[in-house]
Design a protein around this ligand. Structure first.
Ligand SMILES: [Fe+2]
Length: 181
């Protein structure tokens, strides 16, 4: 196997219409903390306002970006809808370390009055509880204040050395294989 210097996808920079509104949302829902915030133009190379939010010990996991010269409107609630032909990201997913944690997040979404726009669902063609979609992970989806679609999940399959999927219980799913190993 060739070297794979890139370990993972890490932070996301999300454009938002109202920084305070989004900071409040990501604090309340995901328990994120504010690391630092900077006004547009504070750094001459950066004409937008940046707010760095973190989940754990690293400086940022999420960057909220706001352009004060832009007239924002919310995205449609349905991510499949066309945004005037512009390529657009579909959703962003946050992983819970355990199913227990995932259930706690589901409860928190309810307490905050967030609409679950999809799920809870088991993304699986193999699990008897599955909806036929992919990844073996258990998920639910909400919208953030700008209607960015946020997925909260746990228990995504891992891929064994021969390409066979391994479920969260550690068992190989013999019929399920990655295209590329
Ligand atoms: Fe996803």
């Amino acid at each position: 196997m060739p070297d794979q210097p890139v370990a993972r996808l890490q932070h996301l920079a999300l454009e938002v219409a109202d920084l305070q509104r989004s900071v409040a949302f990501y604090r309340a829902f995901l328990g994120m903390k504010l690391t630092e915030r900077h006004a547009a133009g504070e750094n001459e190379a950066i004409p937008v306002a940046l707010t760095f939010m973190r989940l754990g010990g690293r400086h940022h996991d999420l960057v909220l970006v706001h352009n004060p010269r832009k007239a924002y409107r919310d995205k449609p609630a349905d991510p499949g809808q066309d945004l005037e032909g512009l390529p657009n990201f579909h959703h962003v997913a946050f992983e819970c370390g355990s199913r227990k944690g995932w259930l706690a997040m589901l409860e928190r979404a309810g307490e905050l009055g967030l609409e679950i726009v999809r799920g809870p669902v088991v993304h699986s063609p193999w699990d008897p509880r599955g909806d036929g979609s992919w990844g073996e992970n258990e998920s639910f989806y909400v919208l953030d204040p700008d209607h960015h679609r946020i997925e909260i999940f746990c228990n995504m399959a891992t891929i064994d050395q021969d390409g066979t999927f391994i479920g969260a219980d550690g068992a190989r799913i013999e019929a399920a294989r990655a295209e590329e190993v």
